[in-house]
Design a protein around this ligand. Structure first.
Ligand code: ADP
Ligand code: ZN
Length: 738
């Protein structure tokens, strides 16, 4: 598809007024206001640029959404234009409106989500380009040499014997004062050149592997559909060679002069994966993930905008990568919950990719070892084209999997590491093989209670128990971030009688160090990787056998590929089953299968040990036997009976406020309103207090809407939204579930 530059399609007649969407983060003011364009700005104004305007008495930024000849009311002047080129092109302007409709959030919040942070029109932001200053000669070197008198000036000019241009900082090292004089005399000129802050430095090119039969079949179907808007579900066990297929499809896309966008979950966007793409496509790749600074992200974004690279790999926000000629869209690990943004606008990257694949008439590949029930159901209905990969690509076989009954282990005084897991760890260490242990809970202890008076530390804002972090010697609330320093004495009875219950990754690390004193152990979780580069360092060190055991939260469950890991231990598999969410089975199946998939990826066979108090649990049995199909049947039955997706759509309304009775009253009024306006098969549940009822002093009530066919529902919710806006004490969040 050809996207015209917006400036070029404007009629030649100069427009007098601009409709500006002001960036005030409030649903109350989410509309455009008309401003007069003063003569001085007439030549530069254009749709999609950011401008500065007066709103009330405040100077605010906004986006120009349209231009017109007349204004109905008297208007103020635009104050300034902030961009040389429009930051929102025609597609992005459309995409913003699409997001607004999909999520029912404010249009300005949608545009600000689409743009990289450096460009968000929220404050008077500087576009922080990084520049380097070069200097050049203004004529022939020999002639210029004859014009200079001092030795230092000559030395500076001699730098140009071999170079056309020289970095000013380099020349300054010879003589800064000479450079200054030469510039003044007009013998040298300066030229500022933009430089990118982030550059991948893989020069060697890696070649494609010969695809096996299953891969080849999938590959051909996808390549055949290039130029069509078709959605594929590539369902392949971990290590079945999905990534290899992506790489080869992208190669075809580049051959026809088009671009590729690859989304992966944030935690899977490991240096290992980036390296794999970068080696296959040297100098043609942009990377967008949260490990980069705002400036680095902005640079990567501009490489894409300027057409300097044809491939982008990134996390959720990369779905807005400003390509203009997309040929393929890929969403790896499509089941990942990280594709849904959990604050306004609560969009799902899948919707963005679907929309873009329609816009560009290009295929979209959804890849996963554990597809969502929703995707699988769509594949069943032939809405998606199903491409299964049943074997591991490099002949590796799937690992053996054992479920250990922890009730027995507690009796045998092995409550943390079972006897079986302990034996296996010792055996693997002796064989110089590696081990990964998953415990999806960070911190040291989850509850601290006084054995003398029964006191328990709780968050004063959220009413939940605080987690103890030993390394920083403080207690933390994992919901609101509240922290508190503690000493050994109970703050209530002042006795030295505090007990630390519950197991987090820090305590596990301590425990392992005691039980396996000679083992080299490293921990990876949000705390140990808080500093830039730590994630990469731990991964590389583990790969290079500096450690025997890598323990961590779900961070270690995805994307990592270590051929010498032959044992994966999963502690407390029950934790994720107990999360009160209709998707907890699905998420558990995905998490445990992913984690198991880390074992035996090389030539040696892997072993997975799962510790649980419910070894008979059907979901765990399915994980053990690697039977996705059985899991799917079982879970679909539950969903059907309980009226959950993919049989029903869900919308969750959350009412929030500091005034308990206002929130309660407003949510009850909302319920009545919805009941009055709903369709026949629509079910309105609640209001109930939310799972996290009190967070940071704010009360939460929820209404859950289940529906199948309800044409009017979206309009009803929009009306409700307007009504709730009238009550200043309560806000309503609208969340479309997937
Ligand atoms: P997935 O993305 O499904 O986890 P990968 O593409 O990462 O799978 O492949 C797993 C491993 O198998 C990688 O080390 C990869 O290099 C290798 N591999 C993939 N396809 C082939 C192939 N056709 N022949 C040989 N090795 C392959
Ligand atoms: Zn809290």
């Amino acid at each position: 598809m050809q996207l015209f530059s917006i400036c070029s399609i404007l009629p030649l007649v100069m427009k007098m007024y601009a409709d500006v969407l002001v960036e005030i983060r409030s649903k109350h003011i989410d509309k455009t206001f008309t401003y007069h364009i003063p003569d001085s700005l007439k030549d530069d104004v254009c749709v999609g640029k950011r401008v500065l305007v007066l709103f009330g008495r405040q100077e605010v930024e906004g986006y120009v959404l349209s231009l017109k000849d007349k204004a109905d009311i008297e208007t103020k002047d635009l104050l300034a234009i902030l961009d040389d080129e429009p930051v929102l092109n025609e597609e992005m302007l459309e995409l913003g409106k699409f997001l607004q409709e999909k999520t029912l959030s404010s249009l300005s919040s949608c545009y600000s989500t689409i743009l990289p942070k450096a460009l968000k029109a929220s404050k008077k932001s500087h576009i922080n380009k990084k520049e380097q200053i070069y200097i050049k000669l203004t004529g022939e070197i020999d002639e210029l040499l004859s014009q200079v008198t001092t030795a230092s000036q000559k030395d500076v000019l001699l730098l140009f014997k071999e170079n056309m241009e020289v970095l000013k900082s380099k020349a300054n090292q010879v003589s800064a004062s000479a450079v200054k004089t030469l510039l003044k005399k007009g013998i040298l000129v300066e030229e500022a050149r933009e430089v990118y802050r982030y550059n991948l430095s893989y020069k060697e090119k890696e070649h494609a592997k010969t695809l096996n039969e299953e891969q080849q079949n999938a590959y051909e179907k996808i390549v055949h559909s290039l130029g069509k808007n078709e959605i594929f579900l590539l369902h392949g066990v971990t290590g079945s060679g999905k990534t290899e297929i992506y790489l080869q499809v992208i190669e075809e896309v580049l051959k026809i002069g088009k671009e590729a966008l690859v989304l992966v979950p944030e935690i899977s966007l490991t240096p290992q994966l980036v390296e794999r793409f970068a080696k296959r496509f040297p100098d043609d790749l942009a990377v967008l993930h949260s490990g980069l600074s705002d400036g680095e992200k902005y640079d990567e974004w501009r490489k894409i905008l300027r057409g300097e690279v044809h491939i982008c790999i990134g996390a959720r926000s990369a779905s807005f990568a400003p390509f203009k000629n997309l040929g393929i869209l890929i969403m790896d690990e499509e089941h990942s919950e990280s594709y849904k943004q959990e604050n306004q606008p609560r969009y799902h990257a899948l919707d963005v990719l679907k929309k873009r694949s329609e816009t560009y008439h290009c295929p979209l590949i959804l890849g996963s070892a554990t597809p969502t029930l929703d995707s699988m159901a769509r594949a069943g209905k032939k809405i998606y084209t199903y491409l299964p990969l049943k074997k591991r690509a490099n002949e590796a076989i799937l690992p053996d999997c054992i479920l250990v009954d922890m009730a027995e282990e507690v009796k045998a005084r092995h409550p943390i590491i079972s006897r079986e897991l302990e034996c296996a760890i010792i055996e693997k260490i002796n064989k110089k093989e590696q081990i990964m242990l998953l415990l999806n809970r960070r911190g040291h202890s989850t509850t601290i209670t006084c054995s003398n008076c029964g006191f328990t530390y709780r968050c004063p804002h959220c009413e939940i128990s605080l987690t103890y972090h030993k390394s920083s010697k403080n207690l933390r609330c994992h919901y609101c971030g509240y922290t508190k320093y503690i000493d050994d004495f109970c703050p209530n009875c002042h006795e030295k009688s505090l007990n630390y219950y519950g197991l987090g990754t820090e305590k596990l690390e301590e425990y392992l160090e005691n039980v396996f004193p000679t083992a080299r152990i490293v921990r990876m979780d949000r705390d140990s990787t808080a500093n830039k580069g730590m994630h990469e360092k731990i991964t590389t060190d583990f790969q290079n056998h500096k450690y025997d055991i890598l323990l961590g939260t779900q961070m270690i469950s995805k994307g990592l590929d270590f051929p010498d890991v032959t044992l994966v231990g999963i502690l407390d598999a029950d934790a994720s089953l107990q999360i009160p969410d209709y998707k907890s089975n699905e998420n558990t199946y995905a998490l445990l299968s992913q984690a198991s998939g880390r074992a035996g990826r090389g030539s040696k066979k892997g072993l997975v040990i799962i510790q649980t108090f419910q070894p008979e649990n059907y979901i765990l049995q399915c994980v053990k036997n690697h039977t996705y199909a059985k899991f799917y049947q079982y879970e679909m039955n539950i969903r059907k009976t309980l009226k959950y997706p993919p049989f029903y759509y869900l919308i969750l309304l959350t009412f929030k406020g500091r005034d308990y009775s206002a929130v309660s009253t407003e949510s009850n009024k909302a319920k009545d309103f919805l009941e009055k306006n709903k369709a026949k098969e629509t079910i309105i549940l609640g209001p109930t207090t939310a799972n996290m009822f009190l967070v940071n002093g704010v009360y939460h009530f929820e209404i859950l809407i289940k529906y199948r066919f309800d044409d009017k529902l979206i309009n009803t919710i929009k009306e409700l939204d307007e009504l709730v806006l009238l009550n200043k004490k309560v806000t309503m969040d609208i969340d479309f579930h997937y």
